[in-house]
Write a protein that binds this ligand. Structure first.
Ligand code: SF4
Length: 491
């Protein structure tokens, strides 16, 4: 057991969170397909901020536009949207993992295959992409990106099947990992979720058009109705105004990512029929029952800790106040994080509401602790504002393991909880007490039981190390765990 936080070069602009790597959106059958796709991607901006792309089609010709940065930076101009012609479009937001973002990895990817043009947008990560990539290259495939998603396109190109859906099934039967995909051909849109259903994907309807997207907030922004979630292992083909459903994979237990409820999804989304906001409040209430605290005031670490803190305060019958205010206008490109300003640390993003905190025993509620860097600074800030005691309650179990299913996670060594018990973490962060929600408490809050194998189970591997899908690349003798991580780092 070590007593020190692993040294990490942190940017004052970075938060101490795991990050989703992608959001996807597709629409078929609408005259303003590209404009609606840009709006949908805007609603999904929280799922990826480093690049965005849209591919559209008239049925004869494909059009595309890609850019580094946010959706508004790239699709805010009418002339850009006007160039993306046709009644069908798909789009993608990407959060590039470590290393610099690369233009060639911006999705949707596009390729001309034997049956015609194909574009794919992917949320997730393939856990055998490196092995497949190596094999494909040995057999002559030439890759244009370093993205795991391109493996799917090459496998489709090699398939002997006639239809595009059969080719996609052939490809997906060879991959392992997490994927929610939206694909576009000249005349059809396809959506598919991996057999475990790790990442979300929903079907919506807007007039005569169908929409496939990561979260319901992207339906709300364009006024589309939610039809239903795409089921784990389901493929849907949208063509000529008809949705056809297939179940082409062997059935396996569902393991939806529980972190979508804790942090990733927007609180105003419905995920698998559950309100994310209500789920977070229920998690906060369960935390208050499991780890009560003799405090005078509940203060959320904004923004992601807010719903859990509301649930905690209600259950504990304590007042809830916004004792920390977040500046929403700080971007990564605001100013270079030089050493001179690095010491300002978290104050660029958060400021204490002094009058509220003075002479009070505070309980801070946050959704998770990854490295512990932000928590340490926030606790310091709350103490300097005059709090007499600072307690911390975390609305998830300790994050002890890396994610390999499409979430940007530090190496395990950098995770605070991987090397420290709760008492040690409390000391390092500088709080009077610290408690995490237990894994059983998390399932209870979700209305499920982890101990009942017949009840729905989640992927909870970053808390438990119980990975539901094989990590073939990681376990395969020195291969990197995620294709894009290695190539980007080494470039
Ligand atoms: Fe979600 Fe964690 Fe599983 Fe990754 S490891 S899919 S973040 S629950």
């Amino acid at each position: 057991m070590t007593q020190t936080i692993m040294p990490l070069a942190t940017s004052p602009f970075a938060d101490d969170k795991l990050h989703e790597e992608c959001g996807v959106f597709g629409i078929l059958g609408h005259p303003d397909a590209a404009a609606h796709t840009a709006l949908g991607l805007h609603a999904l901006q929280h799922r990826g901020q480093e690049s965005a792309g849209i591919v559209s089609t008239t049925g004869e010709q494909f059009y595309s536009h890609y850019g580094l940065g946010r959706v508004g930076d790239n699709f805010g101009k009418a002339e850009v949207i006007a160039e993306l012609k046709g009644p069908a479009a798909i789009g993608h937001n990407r959060y590039s993992t470590t290393g610099r973002p690369e233009f060639r990895n911006i999705q949707p990817l596009f390729a001309d295959l034997a049956f015609g043009g194909l574009s794919i947008a992917h949320n997730g990560n393939l856990t055998n992409a490196v092995a497949l990539h190596t094999e494909l290259v040995q057999h002559g495939s030439i890759f244009r990106s370093t993205s795991d998603t391109e493996v799917i396109i090459h496998l489709m190109a090699q398939s002997k099947s006639a239809s595009v859906t059969d080719r996609l099934v052939d490809a997906l039967r060879q991959v392992e990992g997490a994927y929610s995909l939206v694909a576009l051909t000249e005349h059809a849109m396809i959506g598919v979720r991996d057999p475990h259903g790790v990442r979300p994907l929903v079907l919506g309807r807007l007039e005569d058009a169908y929409v496939l997207t990561s979260e319901t907030v992207a339906l709300d922004i364009i006024g589309a109705d939610l039809v239903r979630d795409i089921q784990p292992g389901e493929m849907v083909l949208v063509q000529n105004g008809v949705v056809t459903s297939f179940k082409p994979f062997q059935s396996v237990p569902e393991r939806f990512c529980v972190f979508e409820y804790i942090y990733f999804a927007r609180p105003d989304s419905l995920v698998q029929g559950h309100s994310v906001y209500e789920a977070r409040k229920a998690i906060g209430a369960e935390l208050a029952r499991e780890a009560p605290c003799n405090a005078q005031l509940v203060v959320p670490v904004p923004d992601s800790g807010v719903p859990a803190a509301i649930g905690f305060a209600a259950e504990a019958s304590l007042p809830f106040e916004l004792g920390i205010i977040r500046n929403h206008y700080v971007g990564r490109t605001f100013i270079e994080p030089t050493d001179q300003i690095r010491h300002l640390g978290v104050k660029l993003k958060h400021n204490a509401n002094h009058r509220l905190l003075e002479n009070k025993r505070i309980v801070l509620v946050d959704d998770s602790i990854v490295r512990g860097t932000t928590s340490t600074k926030i606790v310091e800030m709350v103490r300097s504002a005059g709090a007499t005691e600072v307690h911390m309650r975390i609305a998830s179990p300790p994050t002890m393991h890396s994610c390999f299913y499409g979430v940007d996670t530090p190496e395990r060594d950098a995770l605070l909880a991987a090397h420290n018990d709760t008492a040690q973490m409390a000391k390092l962060i500088g709080v009077d007490s610290l408690a995490f929600l237990t894994i059983d408490g998390l399932y209870r809050a979700m209305g499920e039981s982890r101990r009942n194998p017949d009840a729905p189970q989640y992927c909870d591997a970053c808390f438990t190390g119980d990975y539901p899908i094989a990590l073939s690349d990681r376990d395969g003798g020195g291969l990197p765990a995620q294709l894009s991580l290695l190539t980007q780092n080494s470039s």
